[in-house]
Design a protein around this ligand. Structure first.
Ligand SMILES: *Cc1c(COP(=O)(O)O)cnc(C)c1O
Length: 363
């Protein structure tokens, strides 16, 4: 790779597209004749307002976001949304959650602070290696929403179809799959994504929320910053936003459009992940940990089944220039994250390396 960069398989913060980084590097001392970098400029300046406006407009174009949805740029990463969602959307104080792994568990634990949480389906029985059937969930009439984590970053699972919410609004954490494929926004009441997985630098979430769900009647104790209305009314400029993240995300949105949009990215992501899954399915040493049907295209956990050997593989891959393959201890010892910015050549090279390792360690 150019510049001595490694193929970085980190789950997040993760790789960003090289052409985007080059463009940012070229603008870092003097952004388009403004005499300063985006890190140094007032968020109230005309130059920065243009950046925010274009970033939002490009995201709307890329995803085909309908006019009755607001796009918000909120700080606090992904984790703040675990609280903001129930604080803003629990009207009756009841919500349904689908439990599919680490990130939905965190969302459930946080939501319980604000109301009654009904876990309507779970894959805990098989250590979160699949997505449960969500076609006929037991959803109470007074439920305010149904919540899913659409791609479980640690467990490596993804939905094959959206849950039947029986008329209730669907809320989705898309952090580790955001912009990896086309998305029909009107199927959801609210979509949110921490951007450091598949889009940009850490410290921000994009929230796409249907206008009629933005409430004016929240309890007094809800912090001003944590009301969606605050961000919706101020164009995500109530206080100083994460200017740098907005700018970098804007660059990535333009890059994705240049690449042909989300359908093209989906094709690339399918082909790319297939390279590793095909290898795992024919390997005598390595195996994937997720039921085939529910395999994520973004996060691919796998193992040799032997802890020490897994650790040895992590060390060997790192030495060979493939970084951050150490998986989460709850799942298996290896995980390759293959987000939009990971080139297919990166996965092919990794598979070449793993094949060689396998040949050396099997009879
Ligand atoms: C990383 C991640 C989060 C948490 O994001 P932070 O920005 O670290 O708070 C939430 N959900 C999913 C699916 C994630 O992958």
């Amino acid at each position: 790779m150019k510049y001595g960069r490694t193929f970085n398989f980190s789950a997040g913060p993760a790789m960003m597209p090289e052409p985007v980084l080059e463009e940012i590097a070229g603008e870092v001392l003097n952004y388009r004749g403004s005499g300063m970098s985006v890190m140094e400029m007032s968020h109230r300046s005309k130059v920065f307002q243009t950046i925010v406006d274009e970033t939002e407009a490009d995201l709307r174009k890329l995803m085909g976001i309908p006019d009755n949805y607001k796009v918000l740029f909120v700080q606090g990463g992904g984790t703040l949304q675990f609280a903001m969602v129930p604080m803003n959307l629990m009207k009756n104080g009841v919500a349904c959650y689908v439990e599919t792994g680490s990130w939905s568990k965190k969302a459930i634990a946080e939501a319980k602070k604000y109301g009654e949480v009904k876990v309507v389906a779970s894959s805990a029985d098989k250590n979160f290696t699949y997505v449960p059937d969500c076609s006929d969930l037991d959803i109470p009439d007074n439920a305010d929403y149904v919540y899913i984590c659409e791609n479980e970053t640690i467990n490596g699972t993804t939905y094959t179809s959206l849950p039947n919410t029986k008329g209730k609004i669907l809320v989705s954490d898309q952090s580790s799959m955001f912009l990896s494929k086309p998305c029909n926004v009107s199927d959801y009441g609210l979509i949110w994504a921490g951007v450091q997985k598949n889009v940009g630098p850490a410290g921000m979430a994009v929230v796409i929320v249907r206008e009629d769900l933005i409430r004016d009647d929240l309890a007094d104790y809800v912090p001003t910053y944590m009301k969606y209305k605050t961000h919706a009314d101020s164009g995500s400029m109530y206080n100083t936003p994460n200017c740098w993240a907005i700018y970098c995300c804007g660059k990535v949105f333009k890059y994705l459009m240049d690449m042909g949009g989300l359908e093209a990215m989906n094709q690339r992501n399918i082909e790319k992940a297939q390279v590793l899954y095909d290898f795992l399915d024919s390997s005598k040493l390595f195996k994937g940990t997720v039921e085939k049907q529910y395999r994520s295209l973004m996060n691919i956990p796998f193992t040799t089944g032997d802890k020490e050997m897994d650790a040895d593989v992590v060390a060997a891959t790192k030495a060979a220039g493939y970084d951050n393959l150490k998986g989460h201890k709850s799942v298996g010892a290896l995980r390759a994250s293959t987000y939009n910015a990971m080139p297919k050549e990166g996965v092919e090279a990794l598979v070449g390396f793993l094949s060689k390792y396998e040949a050396e360690h099997t009879k």
